[in-house]
Structures are given as structure tokens and as C-alpha cells.
Design a protein around this ligand. Structure first.
Ligand code: 3HC
Length: 290
């Protein structure tokens, strides 16, 4: 199926960068959100990122301008959904919100449209039955920062069709990503499951008083060659994101081992969520050292 028009629902860090990745490769993109403020922030942040890319000579000014010209930002979901060939939902990680959104998208989009979710927590079968097209529901999971990270996990549920998987893989390749297909759904998919194992161990070491945040991050970077330590990475992706993912897993399993850790819960309660709030495991304010 020829994909030309993408609808991205949600204009947070993920949604906005996913939209730009698509626009940079010639696709027409509509970014829809409920909140005008979020749309404005998305545009300002994308603008400064892309200006930096131009300043560094990675892309030309005309390429940047053409990409922006291909993206429309708005709050009129019904109008945007009408023309979409492929939807990438990057809204809040709450199952009920996603199910309602998918039911609405099912009503609003043409019959051929594939409804993908960028969710890192919810597998296709949690969402697909809210629609009348479970064969065209799939996870298309990007990584933060989406403009940079090459992997995109394509997760099929029991009802996802081969054609949907093939189209999603083709789209990922077209936008310059490297698709990794999961043949069977599992919460956390591949990369986050690997990451969570490292993260859980890092927190165990910290809470047990074995080593500091800085020491653990340094070991991950210099002994294992990770580009960032697990705490630096939590600060990048948002400590609240990991917290909600764990909480959602616990709600599903009831296993206390899945609960968010004490130190992460404390950070979330204090509103210290990482780079976006200026403080997380490290301090990002001007006086800060990171
Ligand atoms: N948004 C967009 N671009 C960014 C960015 C951001 N937040 N942060 C950095 N970049 C870009 C920079 O512009 C830079 O490009 P340029 O040099 O061409 O201008 C490039 O990335 C490299 O940045 P830096 O030189 O500042 O720093 P690094 O070399 O350390 O790279 C990094 C930054 C790419 C973020 C790298 O540290 C890295 O790969 N970190 C690990 C990221 C990771 O593991 N992501 C997965 C998270 S898990 C996830 O997303 C799951 C989801 O479900 C939550």
C-alpha cells in the first residue's frame, strides 16, 4: 500500500520528533493534540533542533524548510484523520485513553488506514479490540530521541495481518529507521526489556548503598560501552515514564517485583523527572554539574 499521509497523535517529545523524521523523508504529516500549548512547545523545540542541524551542516536550510512545510499542527482530529493513510499514536501512556482514541480513529479514518501505537507498555491486543479493524492495529515503537535512534520495533498482535506488518516495516525503512519485528507480543518488547533489566540492577546497587549514581553510570559507559549510563538515560527519557511503565506492569501482574522502586517513586513525588524539569538523578540547571 502506498503511504503518503501520516497522522501523528500527540505532540510530546516522541510525537513531535517522529513527525519530523517522517517529514524529512517527504511524507505529509499532520500532528494533532488536544493542547495548543503542547503543539506550540513542539514547534519551538523542533525549530531549534532543526536550526542546529542546519548550523552543523547536517541538512540544508531548504531541506529544513521543506520538512516544516510538510507538517501541519492542529487540534482538529476529525479533519486530520480523514486523509490519513497511517496513524502513529504517541499520546499519554494510559490504556483507557488509548482505547478511546483508537475507537475514535477507527470511526474517523478511511478503511485502509493502519492504526499504529508508539506505546512502550501496551501490546496490540490490549488496544485492537477497541476498533473494528484489529488486523490493521500494530505497535510501531520508536526510541528517544526519535530523530537520532535508528531502531523501530514493529510488534504484531495475534490479529495483526501480514500486510500490516509489511507496510509498517516498509514505512520504518522509508523514514531511515531499522525495523525490528516481534513475531509475538510481549510487554516491553525487546529493547525495553533489556534496558529494564539493566535499570533494575542499577537501582538495586544504588538503593543497597553499593555505588553512587555517578559511579554506576561511569561503569555502564566505560566498561560496557553504553552511550549513556542508566541514570543519565532515565533523565533523558523522563523518570515518570519509567515509573508509569512499571506501575502499568504491576497493575497487570499484581507481582510486587514489578512495582516502581522506592527511589524512583520519591523522585516522581518530588517532581524531579529528569532533564525536562531541570533535576532528576542529576542537576541540569545552570548551577548544576551535568
Ligand atoms: N533530541 C534530538 N536530538 C538529540 C537529542 C534529543 N533529545 N539529544 C541529542 N541529540 C542529537 C544531537 O543533536 C547530536 O546530533 P549532532 O551532533 O549531529 O547535532 C546527536 O544526537 C548526538 O548528541 P550529542 O553529541 O549531544 O551526545 P551523544 O553523542 O552522547 O548522543 C544520544 C546523544 C544520541 C542521546 C546518545 O547519548 C545515546 O544514544 N544515548 C542512549 C539513548 C537511548 O538509549 N535511547 C533509548 C531510550 S529507551 C526508549 O526510548 C524507550 C521508550 O519506550 C521510552
Amino acid at each position: 500500500m502506498e503511504i503518503t499521509r501520516i497522522l501523528v497523535v500527540g505532540s510530546g517529545a516522541m510525537g513531535s520528533q517522529i513527525a519530523m523524521v517522517c517529514a524529512l523523508t517527504g511524507l505529509e504529516v499532520s500532528v494533532q493534540d488536544l493542547a495548543e500549548a503542547s503543539l506550540e512547545k513542539a514547534q519551538t523545540e523542533l525549530r531549534s533542533r532543526m536550526d542546529r542541524s542546519v548550523a552543523k551542516g547536517r541538512i540544508g536550510a531548504d531541506e529544513r524548510d521543506l520538512a516544516f512545510a510538510r507538517i501541519t499542527f492542529g487540534t482538529d482530529l476529525p479533519a486530520a484523520a480523514k486523509g490519513a493513510d497511517f496513524v502513529i499514536e504517541a499520546a499519554v501512556e494510559k490504556l483507557e485513553v488509548k482505547r478511546e482514541l483508537f475507537a475514535e480513529l477507527d470511526r474517523l479514518t478511511p478503511e485502509h488506514t493502519i492504526l499504529a501505537t508508539n506505546s512502550s507498555s501496551f501490546v496490540p491486543s490490549k488496544i485492537a479490540d477497541a476498533t473494528s479493524r484489529p488486523d490493521r492495529v500494530v505497535n510501531m515503537h520508536f526510541f528517544n530521541p526519535a530523530l537520532v535512534m535508528r531502531c523501530v520495533e514493529v510488534v504484531r498482535g495475534p490479529q495483526t495481518s501480514d500486510a500490516t506488518v509489511a507496510t509498517t516495516v516498509e514505512l520504518a525503512e522509508r523514514i531511515g529507521k531499522l525495523p525490528v519485528v516481534l513475531d509475538k507480543e510481549i510487554p516491553g518488547f525487546v529493547a525495553n526489556r533489556l534496558l529494564n533489566a539493566v535499570r533494575d540492577e542499577a537501582i538495586r546497587l544504588l538503593e543497597g548503598g553499593y555505588a553512587s549514581v555517578e559511579a554506576i553510570d561511569t561503569a555502564a559507559r566505560t566498561a560496557l560501552g553504553h552511550p549513556m549510563g542508566p541514570f543519565e538515560l532515565m533523565d533523558l527519557t523522563g523518570i515518570d515514564i519509567g515509573y508509569h511503565t512499571k506501575q502499568a506492569r504491576y497493575d497487570e501482574t499484581g507481582d510486587p517485583a514489578d512495582l516502581p522502586s522506592r527511589s524512583v517513586t520519591e523522585k516522581v513525588e518530588r517532581g524531579e523527572l529528569g532533564r525536562k524539569t531541570g533535576t532528576g538523578w542529576y542537576d541540569y540547571t545552570e548551577q548544576g554539574d551535568h
